[in-house]
Each structure stands twice: as C-alpha cells, then as structure tokens.
Design a protein around this ligand. Sequence first.
Ligand code: FES
Length: 339
Amino acid sequence: MTYTVYLRPSNQHFTVAPQETLLTAALKHNLLLPYNCRGGSCGACKATLLSGQISYLEQPTCGDKINSAQGDILLCQAIANTDLEINSTLISRVCEISDIKRMPCRVERLHKLSNDVMQLWLKIPEHESLYFQAGQYLDVVLKDGRRRSFSIASTATELPLLELHIRRVNDGSFTQTVFDTMKVKDILRIELPLGMFFLRHDTLLPILFVAGGTGFAPVKAMIQQAIMENRQREMVFYWGVRSKQDLYMHAEIVAWTKTYSFIRYIPVLSDPLPEDNWQGKTGLVHEVVSQDIPHLVDYVVYASGPPVMVAAAHQQFLAQGLPAEQFYSDPFEFAKDKK
Ligand code: FES
C-alpha cells in the first residue's frame, strides 16, 4: 500500500511506501526538497502539512524549530498515514549533482592529522559515475543499518577518491573503529551525495566561512573548488578550535592565503595551552566573528561544525542583522545515528 504526496505550489506528486520518510521518497523520485541532516535535528526540511495525516518514525529533536499547531512537519522524519498535500518549495538543480547512490568503497589511506582527527581516503569503484558539489556529505552505512554522516573534504575532481576528516568520539561508535581497527583495503558501504551545503553563486557578496573543529572539511572542499573555478570572490575563513594542535591543516590554509589574495584566514582558539604561545584571536568563534564584523549583512555566511556552534552562530548573526537567506549551514556533525 502506498500513499500519494501532492506538493504545492509546484503541483508535482510522488508516492511513498509505508515506513518510508517523505524526504526519502521525494529524493527517490528525483524531486529535490530542502534538507540537510536527515536526522531530525537541523530543521532544514521543514514543510507545511495542508491536508492528510503523518506520524514520525522518531520524534524530532529540533522541536523548537517547528510549530506543529501551524502544520509544520519535518520531511526527513515524517511518514504518511494517508494521502498528503504539503507545501514545500522544490529546489531547482542549479548545478550538477548525481542522484543519491549507495555503493561499496575501499579504504585507500588513513593518516592522523592530529591526536583526534583522522584523514580517511576512500576509493569508490572506477565504473561509478558520480558528481557532487564541494561541501556535500556522505553517509557511511553500518552493518546494522545505522548511518554516520561525514562531510566530504575533497572535490569531485579527485574522484574516485573521497577525503573525510573524522574526529574521534569516545562512545564506542564508528569513529573509534576508524582510529583503532580500520585498515587499508577494508570495505565500507556509503551513500552519497547528500545535503544542500555548497557554494551558491547567485550573488557576488563576499563569503564568510565559520567552522568549528572538523567543520573545516566542507570549507576546505568549497575553497578548493572556488580556487579551481577561478572565482576570485572574497572569502574570509574563521576556524574555531580548542588549542593550536587542533588547527590540523593550518600550514595549507596559510599557503592558500599567500597564493590567493582573495582568501583571508583567522584561526580562533577557545582554550589555548601555555605552550601554544598564542598571540591570535581567542574565544568562541561566532563571538569573535560578531565582534570583528559588525556589518554581517555584507556577507553570505557558510557555517559548519558542531550543531551547538552552528545554532549559536545562526542566532547571533541573525540578531545582528544578517538576512536568514544569507546563512547556510551544515549542522549534522554530531547528530545521532540515523536509520
Ligand atoms: S531535520 Fe530534517 S533534514 Fe535536518
């Protein structure tokens, strides 16, 4: 038994199977609706239910971002109990992105970038045709069906290789496997390309990247893609970490700023160690940005990293006058396992 979902205002429709989320079904039908984390935590997939009944696979964790009384629903968690009519704006495919694919890949290389960040290179099968935008992410699909999401730190020009930056989380999760037992030639299952976090070129406003920790990964990809495309758009990159050893690709970024005058880089340490002898910026990265750039309206912001940092940046920047449509984010980094 399937249900039909009618989309307004586009008048498109698609079918959805029992227990299948509305977002999954729409993407399967090649209908691109807004989304990001696919885990019920970011609110990006919010839509309005005009008629019909839904229920949730799991109660969303971003309840504060939706008003159920007004018909708000989250497409990534909602399943249909009847035919539905929903209001959600279709996104036109402004750039080349493959349909979402699941495929095996091989661990090609593991390299420790710092005490708790691993650079993992994966290799997809040579025959796979894949295209993604710098900044998108992939899911590693574990044997029990759970997923872990990681931003892709490389660009599509590096295919069949994909670079990930994985921070160790000591909770017995997949990331511990990466550090402790994973080896070259291991096989993983991945699903990609995912997410809507990529550079938009519908404006020439300068770009302000604000990243926390391994939130640097998608920023790295986006800057590299912009360099390759010779965009020369002003880019300012604030990178917030705890101490100096967490700036795991500092030298590479400094090298970019020396070669490309349109890139500026401001590292920010929240807890510098005495031996860091740190003379640079200190504090929470979003607060430093607010102090340094009172006129945020002159920028388009791309924020990535821990959800709490992204949420704080979003709240503060909008309060400071940044229009909501000039804020893009990738807030899934530590979101819970997804089915
Ligand atoms: S809450 Fe649905 S995509 Fe993030």
